[in-house]
Structures are given as C-alpha cells and as structure tokens.
Design a protein. Structure first.
Lengths: 109, 400
C-alpha cells in the first residue's frame, strides 16, 4: 500500500527532543530500503497559494487553506505492506517527537 | 428447543468465531465473513431438522459458509480484488488441524484489538466478531442504541480495510507493545462470562484464548498472570451458587467443590507471572483458593497485594476491594476508613458492591440495624436477580 505521510508541527512537542532521531539518517535508510518513494520539506506557509474556482472565476488567496496553529511542513510518500509497517516508519521520524505525523492511505494504488 | 435446533445453537457457538476468522483470512472481507457465517447457521436451522444433524456439525457449518462466500465472490468477478480472493477460494487448503484454527482466532483478536482503532471500537468488535455477542447486547453495555452500535461496528471494519490494518499476530517488540490491549479485551470477555447473569461459554472461550496466548508467549509474565487469574476464579464456578441458584459469598461456599486441578494450574503459573496488575489480582485469588477454610484466609497477605495493586491502578473499585481486605486483616474500623477514602468525591455513589462492603464492615463493627439497611439498599441498586437475592438474605439474617 502507498501512504502519504504528512509531517506537521504540534503545539505540544516531546519534552525530551534529544530522543528524536536524525532526519538525514531517516531519509537515507528509507530511500535505501524502498519504503520512501519520494518526499520533501515545504516552503513556509507564507509561500502557500490557495486556489478556488467559483462561478467560473479564479480566486487566489495567500496562505494555507487550513488556519490552524499546526502547519504541514513536509511530506513523504511511503510504500509499505500495511499500516503496522507505515507506523514503524513514521515513529522513527524526528517530527513524530517534535510534531505529529498523519498517515493517509492512497486509494489508487 | 428441538434436538436439531439445540445442535445448531451448540455447534454455532463453537464454530462461529472459527468460521468468521477463517473467511476473513481467505477473503479479507469482514462483512462477507460475518454474513456467510450467519447464513450458514440459518441454513442449518432449516435443514438439520429435516435431514438430521450431520456427524461433524462444525465442519458442515464451515463448508456451508465457505460455499456461500464462494458464490458471492463468483458473482462479483468484475473486481480485481475479489478475483484474487476467488482464486484463493477455488483451491481451498485441506481442513487445517485444530491448532491452526485457533491461531486464526488469535489473528482476529490482534486485529480487532489494533491500537489504530478507538478503544471502544476494539472492545465492541471483539465481542461481536469473536465472541459472537449480538449487536443489541453490546449496544446495551455501551449505553448506545443498536443502530448506533451497528454504525460503529461498520465504521471500524471499514477502517481496518482502508487504513491497511494488517490481519496477523505481530512479532518482536510490536507484540510486547500490543499485548496489554489484547489482555484487556480477554479480561472483559472473561468477566462477561463469569458475571452472575453472564454467558458461561465466554469464560471458557476467554480461558482457551488466554491459554493459547500464554503458550505463544511463555516469557510474557502478564499473559501467565491473566491465565492464572482466570483459572483461579473459574475454579469456584461449581460452588458459587446454592441449589436454588443464589450466589454464595466465599465464606459460604463448599470448598470441596472448588476445582483443585484449576487451582493447582493457576498457582503453578504464578511462578512466571511477575507483578503486573493481572499477576497481582491472580495472587490475591490464589490466597483465597488455597485457604482450607474461610477463617484460614491470609488477609494480611491479601491486603499487602492490594496495596501494590492500588499503586498500579488507583481506581475506585480497587480502592474498594483494598478497604475490604484491610477490614478483614486489620479490623472493620480500618476497612471503613479506607472505604471512606475510596468514596471521596462521589466515586462509587450508588455502586452496589460499595454498599454491600459498607454493610459487611458495619455489621462486623456491631451496628446491625444500619448494616441491614445498607444490605437492602445494595439489593435495590444491584442489576442481577441472583445477587439481589443474596443481598436480601444477608439483610434478613441480620434483622433476625
């Protein structure tokens, strides 16, 4: 199964950030074993553009569409056998400690 | 109930979870598995009275459910996924030996108890899918309507499929992480079977599954602790009621009717059970089970185990039981003091066991009139008829 891993900030990070794993190591290992298909950090929310079409008219606005304190800061596309494997990948990511990670299965695989 | 209908009920209770677990393993479709298992039971109710009960009722039901699943999948060959399932089903494996069948149910338990599901969903799904408890009964236990529980079960099953929850028993560190959640569900299953109005088959089922868990994980102390706890409680099953069906307290029970084999098994398991919450409860049960008479009960030891248990689980009910133990070990005044602490902040208000415990301690403290009134209050608050009768007898004995 493919999972979109959305990497978000969180208002309550881990009390012991030193326990968080290293991101370079995480990427290198998952790229090597095929669990990470692709991924990237995002530019800050101030660079986001939201697009809508209403009554045929293009409406653009600056900033992300979800106005929350938590911000999506990056993504990784995973290829995993099942949820258990995807959870193991996510828990090893530093942002599972400093933020939060959402796993969304892709429907067209 | 006719002989055939009784055979359907008996074989169904035994075979239902095995059929559901096997069909889920083969097809991956929970709803299909449950529908086919239920249709097999309905078909047996129609045909066994006419054709006679088959020699292997469980095998008959399994074949009927499997054929039903095969028919359904054949009609849906347009779907890639179901084509694959069909391929698996057209070449069925030979009937697996008993051990593998039980493993199927264990796989089902670990999936039902997956932490990606909300806790109430885990409990509800296990009760429905493994224990075969009717949705209406689960809804009552959760204090929701039957239609709300049906929706919840459907959502949970859909989530298992779409989120990619695997259908397997985890290995390595994942197993250690996942085990407490599974033990908690088995504990609920056992309690449901052991309660006064419970379904005795659930207790047997819980013991079977706990035994299997312990065999698979001999190094998990809490798996041993849970099995020991079940066996030590279950050893009293035959002695728990008088001939009229009234529940008897520990000191009223005929201890010669306690199951010595189960007690010995339970006590032997304690050597490997550690000091987790289930192990501590098992050690308390062992103190009772090994006392030759009620007067010989080692209450100071029991009070000590409760002191440790309350450190792990400071719940109102554990505090209540600790108060009772201290009442026997160190006098009713000590028990009443701890009981008052357990009830602070309104915890245990209207809780029948708390009323009964206060009644018992008050009686031993010498205030018989107040004790009788408390027993009557507990009897009014209690839900089960045998327990109500037992409490009314206690009230009458004090008044007399």
């Amino acid at each position: 199964m493919k999972y979109m891993m959305l990497v978000c900030t969180d208002t309550e990070p881990d009390k012991d950030p030193s326990a968080a794993p290293d991101i370079e190591k995480w990427v290198a290992e998952r790229d090597a074993n095929g669990q990470r298909v692709t991924g990237s950090r995002f530019a800050p929310p101030s660079a986001a553009t939201t697009v809508r079409v209403r009554d045929g008219e293009l409406l653009l606005s600056d900033g992300p569409f979800a106005e929350t304190k938590e911000v999506i800061v990056g993504f990784d596309l995973l290829e995993c056998a099942d949820l258990d494997e995807a959870v193991e990948v996510a828990r090893a990511h530093p942002m599972a400690h400093a933020g939060r990670i959402e796993l969304r299965p892709l429907m067209d695989d | 109930m006719s002989v055939a209908a009784g055979a359907v009920a008996g074989a169904g209770a035994e075979a239902y979870p095995r059929i559901v677990a096997a069909l889920i393993r083969i097809t991956g479709d929970w709803t299909l598995a449950e529908d086919c298992a239920q249709e097999a039971l309905a078909s047996a109710l129609e045909r066994w009275p006419r054709d006679g009960v088959p020699g292997n009722p469980g095998g008959w039901l399994m074949t009927a459910a499997r054929n039903r699943a095969l028919d359904t999948l054949r009609r849906a060959t347009v779907e890639r996924r179901k084509l694959r399932d069909l391929a698996l089903l057209t070449d069925p494996e030979p009937a697996p030996p008993e051990g593998d069948v039980v493993d199927d149910r264990l796989r089902l338990i670990f999936t039902c108890c997956h932490p990606a599901l909300a806790l109430p969903d885990r409990v509800a799904l296990t009760l429905r899918t493994i224990a075969g408890v009717p949705t209406a009964d689960i809804a009552r236990a959760f204090l929701v309507s039957e239609s709300a529980m049906t929706r919840r079960l459907t959502r949970a099953k859909t989530r298992i499929a779409t989120a990619g929850v695997p259908y397997r028993v985890p290995a390595g560190p994942a197993l250690v992480e996942r085990l407490p959640g599974v033990l908690a569900v088995l504990y609920l299953l056992f309690t449901r079977g052991y309660d006064a109005d419970g379904e005795p088959a659930f207790a047997d089922e819980a013991i079977r599954l706990a035994r299997l868990l312990h065999q698979l994980m001999p190094d998990q102390p809490e798996a041993a602790g849970l099995l020991a706890l079940f066996l030590l409680h279950h050893s009293r099953r035959a002695a728990r009621r008088d001939p009229a069906g009234n529940l008897l307290t520990l000191d009223e029970q005929d201890r010669s009717r306690w199951d010595r084999v189960q007690i010995a098994d339970g006590v032997a398991l304690l050597a490997r059970a550690g000091d987790g919450p289930y192990a501590l409860q098992a050690r308390i049960a062992a103190c009772h089970a090994t006392a030759p008479t009620a007067a010989d009960t080692d209450w100071p030891a029991i009070a000590g185990w409760y002191d440790r248990l309350v450190g792990l689980h400071p719940t109102p009910v554990v505090r209540l039981n600790r108060a009772v133990a201290h009442g026997y070990a160190h006098g009713p005044a000590a028990g009443l003091t701890l009981l008052a602490e357990a009830r602070s902040g309104g915890a245990l208000d209207g809780h029948p066991p708390a009323l009964a415990a206060e009644a018992e301690l008050t009686a031993r403290h010498g205030d018989l009139d107040r004790a009788a009134a408390l027993f009557r209050a507990a009897a009014e608050a209690v839900g089960s008829e045998p327990e109500r009768r037992a409490l009314m007898r206690r009230a009458a004995a004090l008044a007399g």
